[in-house]
Design a protein around this ligand. Structure first.
Ligand code: ARG
Length: 304
């Protein structure tokens, strides 16, 4: 059956404005590959989020590499081919590949990547590295019309799996003004959510969308309007305990296929919650990366 609505090309901020279900929207292909960046130069050299405080110079690089390999192997074990971008000296956060871009399929069927403008000057040079990777593969790259509007790619923006709709966070790293342009470029509705708790500075630390009906979230990261919008958008909205999400970045776990959930080890209640949703948890250790404020989801980018 043909989808009954496209959802419209617009910004939705409140539950009352949501007049469709994601499952009624046109479908889109899921990304099939995983892009990661070699962790050779991963480190904590500056503090740009609360998790990094106290951790400057405190990374065990050997352990970080083994942990990175375990994340890579977890994706491979569930059938995703991995591509790796070379490390660059002086770019310790390049390894967080979710942040430098936002790939998606344009209305004409072509894939494009929106390039980020990182909030912190320390991270801005990472974007050229990722842009070069896309261009070498013939992918189209796009800057927002204001190329210095803060925008941190998949750290703050997520496609609803399999549907032509986007959910975007703003407040710490990405500016809300980025979203009307994404709605126009991709011709999709964009649900926007204000982030209010600094520990959850990227949307991918407090919202994980599993499928077009199901999401995990951390309520204290959102305001009341955002919570109500999420409740309206996802019939199965599951709360992740604040402690597990703040300390172990449990909500930065990731389901690449709607069947498995790869997550930093030890999030007992989160693991129980994803099991009760019918997912198979895969626990990995990302402790060195958590010192920098990132875990599974932000260590990779899903690409077509
Ligand atoms: N140190 C990095 C930063 O603060 C960590 C980024 C983690 N990425 C994410 N999508 N949560 O920018």
């Amino acid at each position: 059956m043909e989808p009954s609505t496209s959802g419209g090309r617009r910004i939705i901020t409140r539950a009352a404005e949501l007049d469709f279900a994601f499952s009624d929207l046109p479908t889109r292909p899921l990304e099939v590959r995983v892009l990661m960046a070699d962790p050779t130069h991963f480190d904590v050299l500056y503090v740009i989020n609360p998790h990094m405080a106290g951790n400057v110079g405190n990374v065990d690089r050997g352990l970080a590499r083994r942990q990175w390999e375990s994340v890579r192997d977890a994706y491979a074990s569930v059938g995703f081919p991995i591509e790796v971008v070379d490390a660059v000296a002086g770019l310790p956060d390049l390894v967080f590949m979710a942040n430098q871009s936002f790939p998606g399929q344009l209305p004409n069927g072509r894939w494009a990547a929106i390039l980020s403008y990182m909030h912190s000057p320390e991270r801005r040079p990472e974007v050229d590295v990722v842009a070069a990777w896309y261009r070498a593969r013939g992918a189209h790259t796009v800057h927002l019309s204001d190329p210095t509007l803060p925008f941190e790619g998949m750290g703050d923006v997520a496609w609803v799996p399999g549907r032509r709709a986007i959910v975007g966070g703003y407040g710490f790293r990405t500016h809300a003004d980025a979203y009307p342009e994404l709605a126009t470029l991709f011709d999709v509705p964009v649900l926007t959510l204000k982030l209010v708790d600094e520990r959850f500075y990227h949307l991918d630390t407090c919202l994980q969308i599993i499928d077009d009906r199901t999401a995990l979230y951390v309520p204290c990261a959102f305001n009341q309007e955002g919570i109500e919008l999420l409740q309206q958008a996802f019939p199965r909205l599951v709360e992740i305990p604040e402690e597990e999400a703040a300390v172990g970045l449990a909500c930065n776990g990731h389901s690449p296929d709607g069947r498995h959930f790869i997550v930093h080890r030890g999030a007992r209640r989160t693991v129980a919650a994803v099991r009760s949703l019918g997912l198979t948890p895969i626990e990995v250790d990302t402790g060195e990366f958590i010192k920098s404020g990132g875990s599974v989801y932000c260590m990779k980018l899903m690409v077509p």
